[in-house]
Design a protein around this ligand. Structure first.
Ligand SMILES: Cc1ncc(COP(=O)(O)O)c(C=O)c1O
Length: 420
C-alpha cells in the first residue's frame, strides 16, 4: 500500500525544495526561488549558512541526543550563557523545548503556578500555537479552532491596537485598547484570578501589526500593579527580526517572560522561555521537561546562529534593510493606492495589506498575487484573518539587490493579480 501525506496539511506553494542557499531555495529542476518566507521567519541566517552547517556537522559527530533530564551537555550550558548576553537585566533563567507552542505552554504553566491563579489574557488576532493551552490562546483565525471547541477555559481576549483596522490615530487606538483591557479586568477576569497576559509585540499570523507606542507600557504597568505575569511571545519577532534583538525593545516595557523559537536555531527545532530565577523558582518542581528539548545539535545550531547574528550585525541590518524594503514597497503601494491599503512593520517583518474597492480586506487578490509571485520565482506568505496581508520575512542576510529583485517580481505579480 502506497502511503501519502495527510490531506489536512495545507501547503501554500507547489515548490518541492531540494536545496537552499542564502535567500534562495532550489527545486529538483534547479529552478531558483527567492525565499522571502524564511520558513515562516525561521531561517534568519539564510538557508544552510556555512557556519551553521559546520557547527551542526561537528556536533552530530560528537553527541546528538544528550537527554537533558538525564544528563547535561556542554552545548546547552554554552547556549544558556550566550543567550544571557541578549536578555534584559534580571532575566537570567532559561528553559528549552522544541516548538514555539511548547514554550508557550511552559510559560502558561509557570504563570499559573507562580501566581496560584488560573486565568490568562490574550489579544485579538493572537497566534500562540496549536497545542491545548496555546490553541485556546489563539484568536487569529477560526480555521485553527474550528471543530475543536470548547477549548481550555479561563482565556480572555482583549482588543489589540490594530490602528489600520480601527482607522484611528495611534493615541486614540492605544487609549481605546487600554480602556477595554481595564474593562475586561472589571467585567470578566478580575486581577486576583488573572495569572498572565500574553502578547506578541508585533502580531504575526494575525496580520503583521506592531503594537502602538505606549500600549506595551500600559499593559506592563497594569501587570505590575496587579501581580500578573507579563509574557512577550517573541517566537516570530525575536532574534533581530524587527531591527531590535527583541521586538519589545522598541518600547520601554520589559516582560517577565520572553518566549522564543523560530529564529533561534536557523531551522533546527528549538524553543525556550526566559524569566528571572525568582519567577522561574515559583514554578513547581518537575513541571518543566521533555524528551527532546534542548537537543545538542539544535543547541549547537543556536550557538552558531548567535555567532552569525553578532558577527554579521544582523540586528542592525534588519533595521536598515527594513527601511529600504519599506521604501520599495511604498512605491508599489503608491501605484495601487486602492488595492494596497497599508505597508507597515518594523525591520524585516513587513506587511502589505490588500483591500478591495470599498477598503475592505481582499484575500482573493492577495492569493492571486502570491500565486503570480511564485510563478515569477518569489515565495511569500499571507497572514491576517482574511488572508489579505502579504508578509515580507526575508532572511536577515538578504542583500539590497535581492530585495530589489524580489520587489520587481512582486510588482509584476501585483499587476497580474489585480487584473485577474
Ligand atoms: C507568535 C507565535 N507564537 C507561537 C507560535 C507557535 O510556534 P510553533 O509553530 O513552533 O509551535 C508561532 C508560530 O507561528 C508564532 O508565530
Amino acid at each position: 500500500m502506497l502511503a501519502s501525506l495527510s490531506p489536512l496539511l495545507n501547503q501554500s506553494t507547489d515548490v518541492l525544495a531540494v536545496r537552499g542557499e542564502g535567500s534562495r531555495l532550489f527545486d529538483a529542476e534547479g529552478r531558483a526561488y527567492l525565499d522571502f518566507t524564511s520558513g515562516i521567519g525561521v531561517t534568519s541566517t539564510g538557508h544552510c549558512h556555512p557556519k551553521i552547517v559546520e557547527a551542526v556537522r561537528r556536533q552530530a559527530g560528537q553527541l546528538i541526543h544528550g537527554q537533558v533530564t538525564t544528563v547535561m551537555h556542554p552545548r546547552l550550558l554554552e547556549l544558556t550563557e550566550r543567550l544571557g548576553a541578549h536578555l534584559p537585566d534580571g532575566i537570567d533563567s532559561l528553559f528549552f523545548a522544541n516548538a514555539g507552542t511548547e514554550a508557550v505552554e511552559a510559560a502558561v504553566r509557570l504563570a499559573r503556578q507562580a501566581t496560584s491563579r488560573t486565568n490568562l489574557i490574550v489579544f485579538q488576532g493572537s497566534f500562540h500555537g496549536r497545542t491545548t493551552a496555546a490553541l485556546a490562546m489563539t484568536t487569529s483565525k477560526t480555521a485553527y479552532r474550528a471543530g475543536l471547541q470548547p477549548l481550555m477555559s479561563g482565556v480572555f481576549v482583549a482588543p489589540f491596537p490594530t490602528q489600520y483596522r480601527y482607522g484611528w490615530s495611534e493615541d486614540e487606538t492605544t487609549a481605546f485598547c487600554l480602556r477595554e483591557f481595564d474593562h475586561l479586568l472589571a467585567t470578566q477576569t478580575s486581577p486576583q484570578e488573572t495569572a498572565g497576559v500574553f502578547i506578541e509585540p508585533v502580531l504575526g499570523e494575525g496580520g503583521y501589526v506592531p503594537v502602538t507606542a505606549g500600549f506595551l507600557e500600559g499593559i506592563a504597568e497594569r501587570c505590575r500593579r496587579h501581580g500578573i505575569v507579563f509574557a512577550a511571545d517573541e517566537v516570530q519577532t525575536g532574534f533581530g527580526r524587527t531591527g531590535r534583538f527583541w521586538a519589545y525593545e522598541h518600547g520601554e516595557a520589559v516582560p517577565d517572560i520572553i518566549i522564543m523559537a523560530k529564529g533561534i536555531a536557523s531551522g533546527f527545532p528549538l524553543s525556550a522561555i526566559a524569566a528571572s530565577t525568582e519567577l522561574m523558582s515559583k514554578g513547581w518542581p518537575g513541571s518543566q521537561g521533555g524528551t527532546y528539548g534542548g537537543n545538542a545539535v539544535a543547541a549547537a545550531a543556536a550557538i552558531a546562529t548567535l555567532d552569525v547574528i553578532e558577527e554579521e550585525g544582523l540586528v542592525a541590518r534588519a533595521a536598515s534593510l527594513g527601511a529600504v524594503l519599506t521604501g520599495m514597497l511604498n512605491e508599489v503601494a503608491d501605484e495601487y493606492p486602492d488595492r494596497i491599503g497599508d505597508v507597515r512593520g518594523p525591520g524585516l517583518m513587513i506587511a502589505t495589506e490588500f483591500i478591495d474597492a470599498n477598503g475592505q480586506p481582499d484575500g482573493a487578490t492577495a492569493k492571486a498575487v502570491l500565486k503570480a509571485a511564485e510563478h515569477e520565482g518569489l515565495l511569500l506568505l499571507a497572514c491576517g484573518a482574511y488572508g489579505n496581508v502579504i508578509r515580507w520575512i526575508p532572511p536577515l542576510v538578504v542583500t539590497e539587490a535581492e530585495l530589489a529583485e524580489g520587489v520587481g517580481m512582486f510588482r509584476r505579480a501585483v499587476k497580474q493579480g489585480t487584473s485577474a
